[in-house]
Design a binder for this molecule. Sequence first.
Ligand code: NAP
Length: 253
Amino acid sequence: MGVWVEIKGCRVLITGSAKRVGKKIAVDLARLGATVILHAFKSRNEAAETASEIEAFALYRPMVVHGDVSLRETWTAMDGEIEKHHGGLDVWVHNAAVFSATPFFSTSEEDWQQFMDVNLKGAFFGAQVLGERMKQTGRGKIIAIGDVAAELAWASYIPYSVSKAGMHGLMRGLARLLAPEVQVNVVAPGPVLLPDGTKDAERHRIMQTIPLQRIGEPADVSKAVRFLLESDYVTGQVIRVDGGRSGLRPGVR
Ligand SMILES: NC(=O)c1ccc[n+]([C@@H]2O[C@H](COP(=O)([O-])OP(=O)(O)OC[C@H]3O[C@@H](n4cnc5c(N)ncnc54)[C@H](OP(=O)(O)O)[C@@H]3O)[C@@H](O)[C@H]2O)c1
């Protein structure tokens, strides 16, 4: 019960891992010897490229599972495929999400629903399917990629922030529900990879709000995931990876 194994050889599903932050987490874990399982929704080609990249240095080609995480059947199908090919799952890193600015007074019901469906309901279905499986198996780790926006609720990103706040709450509840067999934690990044096309002036403005005076990198998130993978006595926590932006006032010493 609750006895952990090495990263080497452990079976890890990373949702949304075709590109960007999810890809970095997958590649880094594969370099540490984990058996990674990639997931993509629309980025099928990029997922295949990521699988090839990993295959080039690992001794296997990662399996890629597909589907819209906001649908329950995606999770049952992924669970079935993983059971069939790998005989189970040790770690689920939930990284898939939608993110965009939404001027509040013109946010449509569809926009609102999209954030809740993908970012919150998706995690809920995943938790029901994979969480129950891990509980039955008697061990496992769930690491959800949240956002410091969950606590800060940026004014231009309220639906996104609320969906992430709900997801943090879901993970906190799960940590209680699934203990002692399964550890459940959240890694909450600040800006680590700005959307494509972000202007230099905006990049500079953001940097000035960060006590550590740099925008983060996907590697910063991946290191926090690694820490949680190696930890046997941490559950129900939110680890902020934001250069101190949410907890410290810049310029105040
Ligand atoms: N980037 C940052 O600076 C930052 C800051 C704070 C928090 N975060 C969090 O960190 C995580 C990764 O960030 P990111 O910027 O790399 O994310 P991203 O590029 O916005 O999205 C990651 C992946 O989510 C998948 N996805 C979107 N909708 C989906 C759906 N309905 N079903 C299944 N998959 C879906 C997409 O897969 P496909 O491409 O295959 O469709 C996408 O590649 C996210 O949870 C994000 O909220 C990021």
